[in-house]
Design a protein around this ligand. Structure first.
Ligand SMILES: Cc1cc2nc3c(=O)[nH]c(=O)nc-3n(C[C@H](O)[C@H](O)[C@H](O)COP(=O)(O)OP(=O)(O)OC[C@H]3O[C@@H](n4cnc5c(N)ncnc54)[C@H](O)[C@@H]3O)c2cc1C
Length: 485
């Protein structure tokens, strides 16, 4: 086999999509290292009841493998995982994947211009190019509360759901009210004996425009793929409106977000009769600053007689339950953490050393940044998928990752052609890009409150513009921004 040796880390939508783009550019020597026992990323891990996408499936799918068979506009986890496996299999990508390979270290050798990628079992892979596709939401976080590990009953994170734990009749404590909790709480509420939901910050929850696709739709999509593409396109443009508003576009931001706020207010009023509970469910920050959530059954679940919403901060965990700041004890048999992911700790499980032994985590100590979310000066031929400032508040991440995959594949193609051995971003270009991101993010709605997009004062996860702008910027590599040597 000839051409550059590429190691891709992670086999979710990001890593598999990058491998396909590389293949499209004629790059053959690709090894995908995946720490888990199977492909799928978040869709392999998040098997909690009710898990589903919150961007419509016609858009939350690869452009190169549209699916006429979605059963719902917002598909469930099992269906998305099956789609990912099928599409990756059809594209011949599964043979590239080595499972059970957790990467612990990637080190660049200046002398040979190669990377050594070491896994926790001691295996080393030599590579000319490394593509990190480890995701932003792949490492669950459980807060380090006093007594956290003393809970006597089963305790688990939503991304590590314990399907062996019976919930029938159990007293269940749920910590967190984010995007995962609003899906699994309604899905289990009928089974539990009682439920206490600990809410630190109320989300804005608006109606979910879900619909079932019937055989008629499937036949239509099958026969006339243009109809399917039309639905995808319409969804894309709608989500771009939201992206524009979240990014702080002065014309759109105010009316669109005000309309969504009105929709939220009506939704809450219609679904929750008790004024005291309603007050507890009112967010205290501008809409959009934290992810706007879509659900038709979250508020009704919380309004059930056997459900209590506690807004006092959780102070500690005891063997029998959860204790809040005032010292109130809430007994529970099962404890479920709906506390999200270590989003801002990019590449947290990997020690990455670049030129002259520079440590990537040291470079990122004041908050991660990367040119186009992909490249960091001093780290030649290391490219990130879903890296810093590439997350979205309102649209499909897959579209962003496809743009990254296409850009990376162009660069690797040049390496394969002998036009360069190494490619890395110019430091001044990377600095200017970071300044641009932070200036623009300062105008965005995300700057108006504390949220998981931030690392200290800096928003490191989100892209401030439209997906269309991002795609345009990545469509052709601007070689003047890079050092190709
Ligand atoms: C429950 C949930 C629902 C979501 N819904 C949506 C949605 O509706 N729309 C949307 O746009 N986005 C959604 N997202 C965001 C989602 O993260 C992205 O859409 C997308 O799946 C990210 O793909 P990825 O491949 O970059 O990351 P992941 O899917 O996180 O995959 C990363 C892979 O890398 C592997 N890995 C990590 N570290 C290592 C290591 N050191 N060595 C080897 N392998 C490693 C992981 O095991 C994993 O398989 C959701 C996220 C979650 C958690």
């Amino acid at each position: 086999m000839s051409g550059p040796r590429v190691v891709v880390i992670g086999a979710g939508f990001g890593g598999l999509g990058a491998a396909r783009a590389l293949r499209q550019q004629g790059i053959e020597d690709i090894t995908i290292l995946e720490r888990a026992g199977a492909v799928g990323g978040v869709w392999r891990d998040n098997t909690y009841p009710g898990a589903a996408c919150d961007v419509p499936s016609p858009l939350y799918s690869w452009s190169w493998s549209l699916n006429p068979g979605w059963t719902h506009r917002y598909s469930g986890q099992a269906e998305i995982l099956a789609y990912l496996e099928r599409a990756a299999g059809d594209a011949g990508l599964l043979d590239l994947v080595h499972t059970g390979q957790a990467v612990a270290e990637a080190a660049y050798d200046d002398a040979t211009a190669t990377w050594s990628v070491r896994t926790t079992d001691g295996t080393t892979h030599e590579a000319d190019v490394v593509v990190s596709a480890v995701g932003q939401l792949s490492d669950p976080v459980v807060p380090g509360l006093p007594g956290r590990d003393t809970f006597a009953g089963p305790a688990f994170h939503s991304a590590q759901w314990r399907h062996d734990v019976p919930l029938e009749g159990a007293r269940v404590a749920v910590v967190g009210t984010g995007a995962s909790a609003i899906q699994f709480v309604p899905a289990i509420v009928d089974r539990v004996g009682s439920m206490t939901v600990f809410q630190r910050s109320a989300p804005y929850v608006v109606p979910k425009p879900d619909t079932e696709y019937r055989p008629f739709h499937h036949r239509t999509f099958d026969r006339w793929p243009a109809v399917m593409r039309g639905e995808r396109g319409a969804t894309f443009h709608l989500t771009e409106l939201l992206n524009r508003a979240l990014g702080g576009d002065s014309v759109l931001s105010t009316p669109l977000l005000a309309t969504m706020r009105q929709a939220w207010r009506l939704h809450l009023r219609r679904q929750v009769a008790d004024p005291a509970l309603r007050r507890r469910l009112e967010p205290d920050y501008p809409i959009g600053c934290k992810r706007i959530l879509f659900s038709n059954d979250w508020y009704p679940a919380l309004a059930r007689d056997h459900v209590e919403v506690v807004t006092e901060p959780v102070a500690s965990v005891e063997p029998t339950g959860v204790v809040t700041a005032s010292g109130a004890r809430h007994d529970a048999d099962v404890l479920i953490w709906g506390t999200g992911f270590a989003a801002t700790d990019f590449l947290r499980t990997i020690r990455v050393t670049g030129r002259e032994g520079a440590d990537l985590h040291d470079v990122w100590r004041d908050g991660a940044s990367a040119y186009l979310g992909i490249g960091v000066p001093g780290f030649p031929n290391l490219f990130c998928v879903y890296g810093p400032n590439t997350n979205l508040g309102g649209s499909s991440i897959i579209g962003m990752m496809e743009a990254q995959a296409g850009w990376i594949a162009q660069v690797v193609r040049r390496v394969a052609d002998g036009g360069a051995r190494t490619v890395e971003v110019r430091p001044e270009v990377a600095r200017a890009y970071d300044r641009e991101m932070q200036d623009r993010l300062g105008d965005s709605v995300w700057s108006a409150c504390d949220n998981w997009y931030r690392d200290g004062g800096k928003i490191t996860t989100n892209w401030p513009g439209l997906v269309g702008e991002y795609r345009d910027r990545l469509a052709h590599v601007d070689w003047s921004a890079l050092v190709a040597s």
